[in-house]
Design a protein. Sequence first.
Length: 309
Amino acid sequence: MRISTNTLYSAGVNNMSALQLDLNQLNMQIDTGKRVVTPADDPVAATRIELLSSSSGQNDQYGKNTQAVDSWLSLSDNAVQNAVKLMASMKSQAIYAGNGSLSPSELQQIQKTVGEGIAELTGYANATDGNGNYLFSGNLVNTAPFSVNMSVSPPVTTYNGDNGQRSVQVSASRTMTISDPGNVVFGTPGGSGTAAFDSLASLYNLLGQNPSPANYNAQLTGIINQLTNVSQQMTVAGSSVGAREQENANLQGMSTSLNLQYNTAISNLQNVDMAQAISNFTLTQTSLQYTQKTYAQVSQLSLFNYISG
């Protein structure tokens, strides 16, 4: 079988081209640190990398959502816990006001303290997320949930929010409720959406009466019971917020773990074994140099060389 000179030349050129392509690809892998630079490098791995990257991106968004949820719930929890402590303090003032030896001026001093308590409670109930969004106004985040009119007797409180609860997607299968309407957190005992304020208003009004009414002690006992009930309601609301905080913290941990798994899987598919790549580059480079040298020698051969030899 005779092999033409053109065939030999073509084979040599094709071999050198293939080696040069391999060398270029290895060089790119070493420069980028990636085994799969384009889908053509490994179509199966490239498809898997794309799917993992998409899942990782979605998980990143869930992680950001849990951070926002953590901030909102933490602020809500703090406001409710402070309100519970305040109501306990107001209940102590009410019990103290039952001391029959107190003078009218001393009762008025307690009334002043209760008035300050109403203002403090308003601050907790109208707390915001730091960006001007009210925590306890339901879906009406731009509306202060509670307004108090201290100029009437007894003081009157109005709830300006709605019953809505806002939620955030925190995982592929979980939507977290982040807000509780104020008429539930600071209301409901007896059916009022402003029950916590109403109990303090009643105490404030009773302490301001001079002389005290004949049924002063009976009214005071009723108010103390109201304060107990609203405190229990706030505690229940706070427990619900706390439970969601804990679940959200668990989800944050899962998100972090998933991110690590995704990044590891992508790295295993995409990143190059640098030592192996350098070894292959050196071997391919040597092969190319040898092929080029051989081709150069073959290309100089002709029938005349053989005859003259």
